[in-house]
Structure formats: C-alpha cells, structure tokens
Design a protein around this ligand. Sequence first.
Ligand code: UTP
Length: 472
Amino acid sequence: MNDRELAQALAGAGQGHVLRWWEELTSAQRQKLAGLARQVDLDQVARLAEDVRQGRLKETLSGPIERPAYVALSDGEDLEREANRAAGEALLRAGKAAALTVAGGQGTRLGYDGPKGTYPIGPVTGKSLFRIHAERIQATGRRYGHPLPWYVMTSDTTDAPTRRYFEREDFLGLDRDEVFFFRQGMMPALDRHFKLVMTARDEILMSPNGHGGTLTALADSGALADMERRGIEQISYFQVDNPVVPAADPVFLGAHVRAGAQMSSKAVWKREPEEPIGAFVRSGGRLIVREYSDLTPDEMRQKTPDGRLLYGLGSIAIHVLRVDFVREETAGGLRLPWHLAEKASLVLDEAGRVVAPSGKNVLKFETFIFDALRDTRSSVILEVRREEEFLPVKNAVGKDSAESCRAGMSRLHADWLEKAGVRVPRDAAGQPLHPVEISPLYALDAAEAAAKVTRALRVDGPLYLGPDGVRA
Ligand code: UTP
C-alpha cells in the first residue's frame, strides 16, 4: 500500500485525522507514521468499535458456574505426585520441554524506565528478574542433563532494550543458541469516539496485544517451528515479573502429560475475596478464567456448599502448553476473544499539543492466554504454595510491589535454610532480620539447599548463597 492508498484507506475508515500534520512532517517522520498506520488493521478496528458499542466484549456466562476439579496440595510426598515427577523428569532429560517467558508488557504500574525483566529484584544482590530466570534455566538444564531452551517474548516496547541487555550481560551465562526472542503484535488504542489516538504528530498510540498474543507470535515468528525442529513437546509458560516461578517444574509437567492435557495451570487460593487475580471456573462445559474486574462484590464473596469461595481458585499465570495445541490454536489466525481496558494516556489534542489525561481516556484491547483453556478437552489445575511460586512485581509500592517481593524471597530462602537446620533470626512478624538470597545456581529448591548448607552457617547480616557458596 503506497502513501496515497494509505491515506484513502484511513479516510474511508473515518481515521483520516491520523495524517492531519502530514504536510509539515519530515520524510523520516512520514515514514514512521505511515509504518505505524500500515500496522493497523482498519477492519479489525471497525469491528472492535462495533463490539464495544454493542457491549459485546463483556463476558456473559451461560449455565451454572462451578469451581473446577483441581489437584489439591498434598503434604508430604504421595505416589501420584512421585509418578508425576518421574514423568516430568523423563521429559526434561529427553529435552522435550522448553521455558517460555512473556516479557512484552509495558509495566506501567511499576513505573520503571526499561523492560521489567531488567528490574533489579534480588534482595541481597539486586540481580535482575531476567538474570534470576536465566540462572534457574541454567540450573534446571544442568540438573536434567539437557539444556532447557528459553523462548522470550518481547514487544515493540521491550524488544530492542531486552536484546541489548542480553548482549551486554553476555546472555546471562546461557548459551545464546538456547535463547530465542520473538516479538508479539501491537494493537492501536482508540479514544471514546473510536478514533485512533495520536501521541505525537508522527505517532499513533499502540500497545502490546496482551499475553494472549503469545500464541500467534509463536507461530508467526518461527519460534513454534523451532520448537518442533528441536523435538520440544511441552512449553513451560510463565511471566517475567515472578522471580520465584520454577522454570520447568517436573511435577507439573508430569501431571499435565499423564493426563493427556492440552494446556494446564497452577493455582493458589485467593488471599481474600477481593484479591485482584482471575479465578478458574467451569461453565457450559468449558474451563474459564474469570477476571476479578468482571466480578460483582457479591460474586467475589459467593461460596460453594463446602464453605469455600466459588471464585477462590486463583490463576497465577503459570501454564504448560502442548506444542501441537498451540499449532491447532493458531491454525486460522488469532482466535482468542478481545478484552477491553480503559487506561489513562498522554494524547495529542486537535491543536497538536500533548495533553495529560484527567482520567481514563483511551480504550486498549488485549487478549489473554488463559482464554485458550476454553478450547482444551483436558486440562489439569495444580494447587501450589503461593509463598514458594508466586511473588509478582506489579506495583511501585504496597501489595505485589518490589518491596513485598524481596521480603517474600528472603522469607522463602530463610525457610529453606531453616529446613536445613540453620538458625535464622526473624522479627515478630516472621520476617528475617537480614535479607537472604539463594541463587538458583546454588540450589533450585529446599532439598538441594539442605544437601549443601551446613548447620553451622550463621545469619548475622545480609546473606547470599551463590554458585560458589556463601558470600555474606
Ligand atoms: P501484566 O498484565 O501484569 O502487565 O503482565 P505489565 O505489562 O507487566 O504491567 P502493567 O499492567 O502495564 O502495569 C503480566 C505479564 O505478561 C506480560 C508482561 O510482560 C508480564 O510478564 N505481558 C503482558 C506481555 O508479555 N505482553 C502483553 O501484551 C501484556
């Protein structure tokens, strides 16, 4: 499409304002703007605008809603768990699993200048989220005698700085052939009149198309074909902002494989009914994650006859997906439903001035990976301990902040030391008096830590256990 055709298409779609300043742009600016405008699927924008007008993007559930069956936490080891572990370990030893991290988000709530993956989170070392994941991936590969390939999803927002970071950090100790970056798609934002939003005279407001974009991005980028070539059958999926998530958990992989599931999930019980995480439910024969923002206060507190919350089984964005399931899901392009989010953004006014928002002023569209669960014929939900696997970094302060995450990491690693017989001084609330951090290259879990530390270890200041042992 040349510039003239582009202008006609935009005008025909009622989006001609995008070129309002065209005459005064330099040729580089024109190129940039035209490039962005060509990325916009104008038919899709028109369809989405109509969906919003008709209220069609709101979830309507038909039929009774139930909490789905799930594998509850079991204290100690049981036979089923051990069989799952064995199956998962066999898969890892055979090199049939890969790790996939989604790192394309904009991290607006954290307010950090740079990809969230580069955010310093180690409570003692200040290691970045990416580095902690990389160390765990390396350690997992070593444990099972086969490198664990790592697929990292970026977006236009995070791609270049993420690649630069990996280069600068020498691929964080990983073999660069085992790291595969792929980029998700972008979606334009709309204003309240369903017009494309300008943020500069040569810029249309676009944002990543949500973590559901992982599926099409895997297929379109060649990452999926790369997995197939390597004989990878299962994808261990997690988010970049959770530094304690296992890179590939054999028990989870095994439970999923043994059930013949297409896509599986980990879950925790909600801390409180209002906790802002999605909840697993079954309705109309389908497995659904219902977003907290779609629930009324009454629904949030609704209970089942066993006295537990109907919407209590919370999703923590950890999944396993079969490679051939991703193939099926993407065969005819993106099938996941769009979700609407109202956000606040700087915008350009009609006079070409940048104005700060006085409230939520733009509509953004995203797809969510958990919506693929609706298409599964078989799916496992495995309950896990929140303190061991879910410490997300979402906000600048308060709940789910960097501070709460670091405190949680210290508590978790202090627990590991105590299980090994080490005395760790704590305050009345149970928080270790000094930060404690254990590198995945020292120990991947409590059992490995117990096999390495000596009970005589003293914790009388910040403590870091790295690949070479103790560094206080
Ligand atoms: P969140 O939805 O929590 O968002 O993403 P975020 O982008 O990190 O931060 P906010 O909402 O702007 O404050 C959860 C995970 O999904 C990834 C993020 O990188 C994060 O790991 N994600 C999100 C994507 O990869 N792409 C997206 O389009 C959205």
